[in-house]
Design a protein around this ligand. Structure first.
Ligand code: MSP
Length: 651
């Protein structure tokens, strides 16, 4: 990766409808990445915007009885308002109807036409209105649109059009993709594009006759045509960066570090766009990263199912930063993820309200009661302090690595592990007892170490939850915004004597009232779940107790790697296991000693119930429970088939 600057883009969103959670997700992800890079001191350009031409927008306008420009002007505000509310820090917002964009598209078209990269021909083939793409007979899938997410009816079309000589770049593109493994990420998306390129590439139709669609950028060399919306839209990534208008700016920012996209727009970005850039003589973006889709529960989100999640409604109910955190933590980049209100509440209550929020409240209260509201000095550093410090510092490195490798969810697992570690440290040291007993030196150490860990956490989580982490920082007497990343891993930056002050609970717990009357979107989602579950109830075999899906989601199952196993003294059936859950280390007690010898276990990747309350079994603390099948002599551990990091959520 070019280390001198960071240029990140989101797709530009169609203005045919209001923004949904999928749009919000990509924009928040880009924002988080932009923020991390700004904090480490890289000059950063973060671009988003709207795609305002084409058939979809024209059709929405005609349905609403307004002009396409009015449709765009009305809808763009919804995106801009949402980005403001979501604390999105984009440096630029491009609309494809702006003259700064249209002029560049026309200059590119004219240049390609002059160099015979674009030619006119008669077209006779198939057209998908939804995808706005042409297909040959061979391309079709059972006579329908071949796009994996589409599959709709196609229309036969015969007309004159202009074509870009995309096919001549096929071999070059295959070589480029093979020689630059970072160009398309994740790897399986690269393979998907290479699979697509196994078929002979056709030239790309880049015009639409005005007789059929007149909402677009005029072709500079033929007034009877407008530009195909994708040829126009993709150019936004360079028109906004100064191509053909501001050479210095363009030289500074291009090529982009990341184009973030959803998996459904892979071909346009990894086949059309690189060949267009090649024909223009420009460098390729460093990485095109395709993320998965948000499903609602297990279903595809769609207007017809009435399950589209409106981010505005959700953040009004639950808060902006909480929403940002959930989206970043819940989706493993590349794969689909499921959005449910219950999953949100469960994660929020566990990781933010219980672990982080409570820790902060307890710390503040102790400092207030025993240290006159000022950070106390620490005295001696024992084994527990060294362990806590190391876990926190390691998590910084882990998060940085995860940001660079697009594993933000895993970085957040590491940080959540640090927060749990500091809670355990508190439990072990019992500062409230130290206070009561007047052991102020020891108490000072415990409180100082906890405050230091929270300083690090507030910095590392700042890009994900800027407002909440600013509150946390203010509570600790630190500067609210922009944590200084250079000092983040310098242990001891918290200044003794600093006044602390928590205005109100950072993450109040969400209490779910069973029959509460939920509004709007959530009600619809809820209704859907209820409908589905009553059907399941009918299908249920008599005598088998069934639970709701929401009951299941209360159990946090995670992968864990066994590091060490030892017998528990005086208990024949019990083994004491040390396991690794992401960054976190835990001790578990398991009744498997009759089935496994301690030496067989290290290295095994097992599944544990991670959110079970700690318990003492034969005097030994157990933090969670392992999953195993069978009983007595016939008992085997549930293990993971294949490579997965420890700490991964199991569903
Ligand atoms: N205008 C084009 C992009 C042009 S970029 C030069 C477009 N717009 S869109 O508004 O339809 O979609 C924008 C993005 O939203 C796409 O990346 C798409 O993958 C994403 N999503 C749409 N539904 C989604 C989910 N359910 N989940 C996650 N992202 C999804 O395509």
């Amino acid at each position: 990766m070019d280390n001198s600057k960071f240029y990140i883009t989101t797709p530009i969103y169609y203005v045919n409808d209001q923004p949904h959670i999928g749009h919000a997700y990509t924009t928040i992800l880009a924002d988080v990445l932009a923020c991390y890079h700004r904090l480490i001191g890289k000059p950063t350009l973060f671009l988003t915007g709207t795609d305002e031409h084409g058939q979809k927008v024209a059709q929405a306008a005609s349905k609403n009885g307004i002009t396409p420009q009015q449709q765009a002007d009305m809808t763009v505000v919804r995106f801009q308002d949402l980005w403001k509310k979501l604390e999105i820090s984009n440096d630029d917002f491009i609309r494809t109807t702006e003259s700064r964009h249209k002029e560049v598209v026309q200059k590119i078209l004219q240049d390609l036409f002059d160099r015979d990269e674009i030619y006119k021909a008669e077209y006779d083939g198939w057209y998908c209105v939804t995808c706005e793409r042409f297909y040959t007979e061979k391309d079709l899938d059972d006579g329908k649109c071949p796009e994996p997410e589409c599959g709709r009816e196609v229309d036969r079309i015969r007309e004159s059009n202009y074509f870009f000589r995309m096919s001549k770049y096929q071999e070059w593109l295959i070589d480029y993709i093979n020689n630059n493994p970072k160009f398309i990420q994740p790897d399986y998306r690269r393979n998907e594009t290479l699979g697509f390129l196994r078929k002979e590439l056709t030239d790309l139709c880049i015009s639409r006759p005005k007789s059929r669609l007149d909402w677009g950028i005029d072709l500079p060399f033929d007034d009877d045509f407008v530009t195909y919306v994708w040829f126009d839209a993709l150019v936004n990534y360079i028109s906004a960066a100064g191509y053909l208008s501001d050479d210095e700016k363009f030289k500074k920012w291009w090529p982009a570090s990341y184009h973030l996209i959803g998996k459904d727009i892979l071909t346009t970005h990894t086949v059309y766009w690189p060949t267009m850039l090649k024909a223009m003589g420009l460098d390729m973006p460093e990485t095109i990263f395709a993320h998965g889709w948000w499903l609602v529960g297990r279903n595809k989100m769609s207007k017809s199912s009435g399950n589209v999640v409106n981010p505005m409604e959700f953040i009004d109910q639950y808060g902006v930063d909480q929403f940002r955190y959930f989206l970043m933590a819940e989706m493993t980049l590349g794969q689909d993820a499921s959005f449910t209100e219950d999953a949100f509440i469960r994660r929020y209550n566990a990781e933010l309200a219980n672990d982080l929020g409570n820790m902060l409240s307890r710390l503040m209260k102790m400092i207030d009661t025993h240290c006159d509201g000022r950070i106390p000095a620490s005295s001696t550093e024992g084994e527990d302090e060294v362990q806590l410090k190391n876990v926190a510092i390691d998590a910084i490195a882990k998060m940085v690595d995860c940001v660079e490798n697009m594993r933000i969810d895993q970085g957040l697992v590491a940080l959540a592990g640090v927060v749990r570690e500091v809670n355990r440290y508190f439990e072990k040291k019992q500062p409230w007892t130290l206070g009561k007993e007047g052991k102020y030196e020891e108490l000072g150490t415990v409180l100082y170490y906890a405050a230091e860990v929270l300083r690090i956490i507030s910095g590392m989580l700042y890009p994900v939850m800027p407002a909440k982490m600013s509150e946390l920082r203010l509570a600790l007497g630190l500067k609210a915004g922009d944590p200084d990343y250079k000092n983040l891993k310098n242990w001891g930056e918290t200044v003794v004597g600093t006044k602390v002050d928590l205005k109100e609970t950072l993450f109040p717990r969400i209490n779910v009232k069973k029959d509460s009357n939920k509004g709007g979107n959530q009600q619809k989602l809820q209704n859907k779940t209820q409908k589905q579950s009553s059907k399941t109830k009918k299908d249920a075999a008599e005598g088998i107790a069934q639970i709701e899906y929401t009951d299941f989601t209360k159990v946090e199952l995670r992968t864990a790697k066994i590091i060490e196993a030892k017998k528990v003294e005086g208990a024949d059936k019990l083994l004491r296991l040390q396991v690794e859950l992401g960054e976190e280390k835990r001790q578990l007690v398991a009744g498997i000693a009759l089935n496994y010898k301690p030496e067989e276990l290290p290295g095994k990747m097992i599944v544990v119930v991670a959110n079970l309350k700690p318990a003492k079994i034969r005097g030994v603390e157990s933090n969670g429970m392992i999953l195993a099948a069978g009983s007595g002599n016939l008992l085997r551990l549930v293990t993971i088939d294949g490579e997965l990091p420890s700490g991964t959520v199991v569903r």
